[in-house]
Design a binder for this molecule. Structure first.
Ligand code: FES
Length: 949
């Protein structure tokens, strides 16, 4: 099978390139690449996909004359749904590139009301004539074009998705375009348009308790969520917290009172940061957090507010040891806010967001509308005062800057990633120029703001040794593919309560309790605009990922079912069918190909929403990467996984919402079952006979020489005991070993490095820190005797080689790891020495291991003040499978004799008259490495059946 490049040249001059196998139709390859060319029957019967082939050879496939007449075929017309390539092709597609990509919809309506809720906040209502066509999820937002300007601003709905009038909360900002419009020009009946819905911050469907936390006008999406819960007659336990800066920012209290009482909310409280406030609760929103609201972590937390508030709540949970099952947030970068302008600190407090809904330049501005002034405009009817007021100086002083321009005009940071406006995606095929593969490549990486990664690059299998797929900042962590900035990168705007812990410095490693999943290249923080994200505990484990996918898919389903065109459905079916060939009964015929086609199928539903953020949120979960890790060793699958895809499409085709929902839920269960079985099967291969579950939970452990032998046994035991493992070796098979551990559910990564060099040691430390953020334990295992013979037989180069092999890696690695451990305030170094320090025929090796013993005792004394333990074990003779990569050249007869003498001496020196096992060595090493050995440092434990070495 060979692969060909197919250039799809659209009518608007844009050219996209796809790879197409020679047994794959161009339409199939196109849809898998998320390029939705015109399609209907998919079967050579309708002619909808007809294109013109400018160059290349191909099979035309089967089709009927009605779809493509002979003379058309002779003139070069083709049917991409039927044709397969025999060479690279250039096809002219009869549509624009915009048509081939689903876009958010623009709606135009009228201003229904502008109500001044307080001196700082307005409620705005919009009505659109085609209200039935607009579907959105509670919590989502739209970009509203500000009448009379060419700018748009983002606001979350505050009404429920089933309510007719669309309502929004707007925080006033001096000089802001929306604020100026509302206070000076707005009239009921003004024409107003918006684009959307956008965002992946929305209420997930579960029965789990919910904690809803709003800062300032971040109350809007929370109100929408409350209204949806009311419409659903929810029985979920719900708590609502609302924090603002000043009394003037407190709005909609009666409304929230009513909503919370109607849904039987367990609790509802608000607070005001201003000490002069008349509110019952003065302080920050974190002061309202109580243990009973979080149900020991079995809770979904929805948080909408500025970064300090989000970070303060996250830090509160971290301090309390709470990991909510779902942590969904929408936050704003605060460039140009109160902190910068010297406004009172309370303005930028965690509970008093500077601007939960800033007027952020967002998607490409729509055509500048003319100020629509009705001939006899009805005046706006503000609640207070009678006429729209221009902000006074006092008001502007009291309100943090609202308008927060993004550094890149019209760019947003969503799900932790900058999404460029469509206009930023340059045509790949300049007006009359040649197709540019470079530009294609550059643009491909930016499709939907989502980096396109190597096949294995969006999961933790990324090769640490190459530095690819690594988090860029040591203090950053990535959860569900979303870069979470280290606390220090968030301006310390929060006036923290006295008992709050000190902010974590940027260099402090990420919390070990939060699994880090580097999903491709982690997103970048925009410095301005929204950041939407979600976090889940144990994200590395497949269940959490698939549950999160299910919740997102149910949301996407609500946005799309009954609204898809026949072309959309044709593409959906095409992708569903493409998964079928890779499953036969309950076996994968090709798990990798299934993973690939399955990912394209699931991507497509999110693409159909026209909401890039939802697609990113899904992709950031890392489902595909996790499946690649786990299923690469799998053969079994639930027999219905591929059939589900076809059934889901059928339910969409018939508009059967309930059936589609049921299938999505069932499919998630079947996917989880398939993944669990694959993990169990793999785990059975790598689990040691005995281990202590949880002993290394939360620890990042570096094991050198981990590809085979004692190092491999140690790495597997650490993995079985919950540790995160960096497996280091210079043999490439370390990648397979790491992959195996990942597939068994461990956070593990390979580091390809030659530890006989200083650069190999520094690379090991740097890559591990970048990948996992910290190193708790270093196990210096690499080493081993190369030659066995009387000392007088050793040449100088052989002596040097033994020292380089068995002393230097411990010296280099210990030195390389120390700065990180000192900075972290502690750590453990375990040196695997040898009882060969007293034995025959290995004098250079014995000397090297004697040196390791010396490093252990000397470094232990020196590093103890830093909280670092240094200890070791001295293995005796150990039975091991034949090494796949031998340490030295094959032995001749004389050398075999010396080796046998060494073996006999070692066995004879033991009390037990035998060699040890790999498990016995790994047990001792992991004990010394664990916290159980917390009072052992500077010493080396002999593990040699009574031989003290
Ligand atoms: S002929 Fe290709 S889609 Fe119908």
């Amino acid at each position: 099978m060979s692969q060909h490049q197919v250039a799809l040249a659209f009518e608007d001059g844009v050219t996209r390139f796809i790879s197409c196998e020679d047994d794959q139709t161009v339409a199939d390859a196109s849809y898998r690449s998320r390029i939705n060319i015109p399609l209907d029957c998919r079967d050579g019967a309708c002619g909808t996909c007809k294109a013109f082939c400018e160059s290349g050879n191909f099979w035309g496939g089967d089709y009927i004359d009605d779809a493509l007449a002979d003379d058309e075929a002779q003139r070069g017309y083709v049917l991409p749904c039927s044709m397969t390539p025999k060479s690279d092709l250039v096809l002219r597609i009869a549509s624009t590139s915009a048509v081939a990509k689903t876009q958010p919809t623009t709606y135009t309506g009228t201003l229904a009301h502008v109500t001044r809720l307080s001196s700082t906040t307005y409620s705005v209502g919009i009505e659109i004539p085609n209200r039935d066509e607009l579907a959105y999820l509670p919590g989502q937002y739209v970009n509203i074009a500000v009448p009379g300007t060419d700018e748009s601003r983002s606001y979350s709905f505050s009404n429920a998705p089933d309510e007719h009038t669309l309502t929004f909360l707007v925080k006033l900002s001096p000089g802001g375009v929306m604020s100026t419009y509302l206070t000076e020009r707005a009239r009921v009946g003004d024409e107003i348009s918006f684009t959307g819905p956008h965002g992946s911050f929305f209420l997930r469907e579960t029965e789990r308790p919910a904690l809803l936390v709003a800062g300032g006008t971040g109350l809007a999406p929370i109100m929408s969520i409350l209204r949806k819960l009311r419409a659903d007659n929810t029985t979920r336990p719900v708590h609502v917290l609302y924090g603002v800066s000043t009394d003037e920012d407190l709005v909609e209290l009666d409304t929230v009172d009513g909503l919370t009482s109607e849904i039987g909310a367990v609790g509802w409280e608000h607070c005001v940061a201003d000490p002069q406030s008349s509110a019952a609760n003065k302080g920050f929103v974190t002061s309202l957090l109580r243990a009973e609201q979080v149900y020991d972590g079995d809770v979904d937390v929805y948080l909408c507010g500025p970064p300090p508030m989000v970070e303060a709540v996250r830090e509160h949970f971290s301090t309390e040891g709470i990991e909510p099952v779902g942590f969904y947030y929408e936050k704003f970068a605060l460039s140009g806010t109160a902190a910068d302008s010297g406004a009172p600190s309370a303005q930028a407090d965690a509970s008093a967001p500077a601007e939960p809904q800033p007027e952020v330049a967002a998607v490409p501005a729509p055509p500048e509308p003319e100020p629509a002034v009705p001939e006899d405009p009805a005046p706006v009817e503000p609640a207070v005062p009678d006429t729209p007021a221009t902000l006074t100086t006092d008001e502007t002083d009291a309100v943090p800057t609202e308008e927060v321009p993004t550094p890149v005009p019209q760019a947003r940071s969503i799900a932790g990633q900058v999404v460029s406006p469509r206009a930023d995606v340059q045509p790949l095929h300049a007006a009359n120029g040649a197709p540019s593969t470079e530009r294609e490549a550059a643009t491909a990486r930016a499709i939907a703001g989502q980096p396109i990664t190597r096949a294995s690059g969006d999961g933790p299998t990324a090769d640490v040794g190459t530095g690819e797929g690594l988090l860029p900042a040591p203090g950053a962590r990535s959860v569900a593919g979303q870069q979470i900035l280290p606390d220090a990168e968030i301006e310390p705007l929060v006036r923290r309560p006295a008992q709050s812990p000190t902010p974590v410095p940027a260099s402090t490693p990420a919390q070990p309790s939060t699994p880090t999943v580097a999903v491709g290249a982690a997103g970048q923080h925009n410095g301005g605009g929204y950041v939407i994200g979600e976090e889940h505990p144990s994200v590395h484990h497949s269940d959490a990922i698939f549950e999160a996918r299910e919740a997102l898919e149910l949301g996407a389903l609500e946005l799309t079912i009954g609204r898809l065109s026949s072309q959309d459905l044709a593409g959906y079916r095409l992708l569903a069918e493409s998964t079928v060939p890779y499953v036969e009964g309950d076996r994968f015929t090709d798990a990798a190909a299934y993973t690939e086609t399955n990912a394209a199928f699931h991507d497509y539903l999110f693409t159909l929403t026209g909401n890039d953020h939802l697609l990113q949120a899904y992709q950031n979960l890392g489902v595909k990467g996790r499946m690649q890790e786990v299923l690469r060793h799998a053969t079994w699958c639930d027999p219905s996984v591929a059939q589900d895809h076809l059934d889901i499409v059928e339910a969409f085709e018939s508009g059967d919402r309930e059936r589609a929902r049921t299938l999505v839920v069932e499919h998630a269960e079947r996917s989880k079952r398939t993944m669990r079985r694959a993990m169990d099967d793999t785990r059975a291969q790598v689990l040691p006979d005995r281990y202590y579950p949880g002993r290394f939970e939360g620890k990042v452990v570096v094991v050198t020489g981990a590809a085979q032998g004692i190092g491999q046994a140690v790495a597997r035991r650490v993995a079985a005991e919950g540790g995160t493992v960096a497996l280091v070796d210079r043999a490439e098979m370390i990648e397979d070993e790491a992959s195996l551990l990942c597939a068994a559910g461990t956070r593990a990564a390979p580091v390809l490095a030659d530890l006989e060099t200083w650069s190999g040691a520094t690379k090991t430390v740097e890559n591990t820190l970048e990948r996992f953020g910290r190193i708790d334990v270093l196990i210096n295992n690499v080493g081993g005797a190369i030659a066995f013979k009387p000392f007088e037989e050793f040449g100088d180069d052989e002596i040097q080689a033994e020292i380089t092999r068995s002393l230097m890696p411990t010296l280099w690695c210990s030195r390389a790891v120390l700065p990180a451990m000192i900075e972290a305030g502690g750590g453990t170094i375990v040196n695997v020495s040898s009882n060969a320090t007293r034995g025959i025929h290995r004098v250079p090796y014995s000397a090297a291991k004697g040196g390791v013993n010396a490093i252990t005792s000397a470094l232990a004394m020196e590093a103890a003040p830093h909280g670092i333990r240094v200890a070791g074990t001295a293995p005796g003779g150990t039975e091991a499978p034949e090494r796949r990569i031998p340490r030295g050249p094959a032995r001749d007869e004389r050398e075999e004799g010396w080796f046998q003498q060494t073996y006999d001496q070692v066995v004879d020196s033991t009390f037990q008259k035998r060699y040890g096992t790999l498990d016995e060595q790994a047990a001792a090493i992991t004990f010394v490495a664990s916290d159980e050995a917390s009072y052992i440092t500077g010493s080396v434990l002999p593990v040699a059946g009574g031989d003290l070495g």
